[in-house]
Design a protein around this ligand. Sequence first.
Ligand code: 5GP
Ligand code: MN
Length: 342
Amino acid sequence: MYYDELSPAFERFVEALDTKKVAVIGHARPDGDCIGSQVALSRVLRGQGFDTICVNQDPVPGKLRFLCGEEPFVRPELWKPGGHVSVCVDCADADRPGPLLKKRFPEVHANVDHHVSNRLFARQNFIDSSSAATAEILSGMFFDNDYPIDKIAAQALYVGIATDTGQFRFPATSQRVFEICGRLLHLGADPAVASNHLYERETMGKMRLLDAYLSSLKLECDGRVCVGVLPKDIFEKTGAEAGETEGLVDYARSIHGVDIGVIIEDRGNEIKGSLRAKDGRYRVNDLAALFNGGGHTCAAGFTVHMTMEVFYPKFLAALREQFRVVDAANYEGKDDGGRSGV
Ligand code: 5GP
Ligand code: MN
């Protein structure tokens, strides 16, 4: 058994459903774990006799379309739920699917997620914050319950896990991750095909965006934080798409001596931020929470209605306070490095 408590509870949930129609809901600006989890859950439930559909506020990013097969993805404005049970994946709180979906599905029946900041907003919550990906939890629950996983679902689950572990590098990359991925490969998942689609098809726009981001990098907090800012008109200037900011922040974090890397999109009266820490003890999810966001101890994000002038001093003060608290805890030797909570 991979999930002693979640797997039997998930089976009971599936068996007790009094309708055969399920909407699998992802979060706004979906990533690999979100789309992979949606595709897999939709296909596996269909295999169990359900009529399923995937619903997202934002379109599936071009790079992830190879995962979807014939899986129906719909946008909420083009679709009316017809007595569907709603299951959210990879969503830490009721707002993550986006305002349109929240309105359309005021009540969420189930929620499968791995965020430490999960608010348990559904009727039934299948949460494990020790897991590297929502796709890892789903894989484990499918294996534990002997639900058949076809080749497309196996590839989708593999990509969810591979992307959320940063290609098997982040601290949550456990023995269970490799065991599960081994079984997914046995079922047809193909790492080479996945990495070709994900990492060998960059656009020139993305390269120009990377150039702009790297040029903007600045050290803060005695060199422990590296911040890069993308101005409002950067997408028109570079020809990049909004989703192509993904992964840029890793360059800021990768610098020797930097504990936290940051990317900030300055949208005029709104700031979108992504935070990446080298170590879970910095708990960037707590920092993000100060600005309306959340996430994991090593990877978190937020969107806040503020101008850069108002935001930036507040942000620096929050960072300094976080270092003060974390350094003090560390000095007293009480900290476990946050690794248990990643
Ligand atoms: P990213 O920085 O790539 O947008 O997100 C990093 C992590 O933080 C992801 O796991 C994502 O789910 C979470 N995250 C990003 N933005 C938000 C937000 O606005 N609210 C919450 N609760 N989590 C977020
Ligand atoms: Mn995830």
